[in-house]
Ligand binder design. Structure first.
Ligand code: COA
Length: 328
């Protein structure tokens, strides 16, 4: 495949208006402190969707991305959407978004790769563009994790936030766009971060509700170790395949789960923290939405722009991990 096939023509984000700080956990009876959360994770606050659904957040992000790209909904050939918290289990979140946007020509589908969902979606979209199946793609990462979080479990409820990020990919005519991609998964570790019930194997029942198994369950320590290892691997693999080193990168945009995971990944990739975008303090872990929200913010704030070389890296439930080098 001769690269670049696709470039980022516009980005956007949509986040709920309600902000919940670390101090707000006391009001819902959670035994935690701002100090514990900041020291362990770097998170100070997160946005929580009180009135918005995932589709609303995704549509807000998508409209901004399309406006910046100068693309009308009817021009989209595909919509590829990464999420672990769709508004409903059937049909897909992508077709709900399609209807909301009026993108009637598009083929729309979800990608189930949890926090790596945006990078997986971009990789799939680029592949469909390479085979001539699409010229213009909308890729989205969206989560309403607050709806699948156990608000009585202090080990997980302090970590997550809601939001959406989107990008329009167009066919590259110049030397800008996606220079390399890397995606991997290891399903043998799926139980370490999962939502045990609510699927077809264990549909909703009174037992499920009693054991609270419809919510995210996580072994934090094991997830942490694997996240550091896999994000470090991913960062290196995308750089190698683009024939670049950390020194060539203007900005690394890692999945925003935890500042300590981010710092370890940056160190492994030989990228100083001054060249790493961090907003986990303001959003918490928004899973599939974290990388595109951060990318959109970095562009809006002028941290990167036309010609910048950016390394995107993510890790999530599955486990899944992936990375991408992009010339903006
Ligand atoms: N506030 C205060 N104490 C808390 C707490 C909270 N919110 N959550 C857990 N604790 C307590 C535990 O109960 C435990 O107490 P104990 O020793 O009396 O049993 C203690 O803190 C240590 O718990 P542990 O889970 O070992 O903490 P940790 O140092 O591993 O940090 C995480 C927990 C979740 C912050 C950390 O494991 C982590 O960041 N993991 C990765 C999570 C992640 O990023 N997931 C998404 C990946 S995409």
């Amino acid at each position: 495949m001769k690269r670049p096939i696709a470039y980022f023509a516009g980005t956007g984000r949509g986040v709920p208006s309600t902000v919940m700080t670390n101090f707000d956990f006391a009001a819902i009876g959670i035994d935690t402190t701002d100090e514990w959360i900041v020291e362990r994770t770097g998170i100070k606050q997160r946005h929580i969707a009180k009135t918005e659904n995932a589709t609303d957040l995704a549509a807000a992000a998508s409209r901004k991305a399309m406006e910046k790209a100068g693309v009308q909904p009817g021009e989209l050939d595909i919509i590829v959407l990464g999420t672990a918290s769709p508004d409903r289990l059937l049909p897909s979140a992508a077709v709900d978004l399609q209807a909301s946007l009026g993108a009637s020509r598009a083929a729309a589908f979800d990608v189930g790769a949890a926090c790596s969902g945006f990078i997986y979606s971009a990789t799939v979209a680029e592949g469909l563009m390479a085979t001539g199946n699409a010229d213009t793609a909308l890729i989205v990462g969206v989560e309403k994790l607050s709806a699948i979080t156990d608000w009585t479990d202090r080990a997980t409820c302090v970590l997550f936030g809601d939001g959406a990020g989107a990008a329009v990919l167009k066919r590259s005519k110049q030397q800008k766009g996606i220079l390399s991609t890397f995606v991997r998964s290891d399903g043998s570790l799926g139980d370490l971060l999962c939502r045990p019930a609510g699927g077809a194997a264990k549909p909703f029942s009174s037992d499920v509700l009693a054991e609270r198994s419809q919510y995210i369950k996580m072994n934090g320590r094991e997830v942490f170790k694997n996240a550091v290892r896999s994000m470090s691997e991913a960062a290196t693999r995308a750089l190698d395949s683009a024939k670049l080193t950390g020194a060539d990168i203007d900005l690394m945009i890692p999945h925003q789960a935890n500042i300590r995971i981010i710092e370890a990944t940056a160190k492994h990739a030989n990228i100083p923290m001054a060249k790493v975008y961090v907003n986990v303090d303001r959003y918490g872990n928004t899973s599939a939405a974290s990388v595109p929200i951060a990318l959109d913010e970095a562009i809006e704030r002028g941290v990167v722009g036309e010609g910048s070389t950016v390394l995107l890296v993510a890790f999530g439930a599955g486990f899944t991990w992936g990375s991408m080098v992009v010339r903006l």
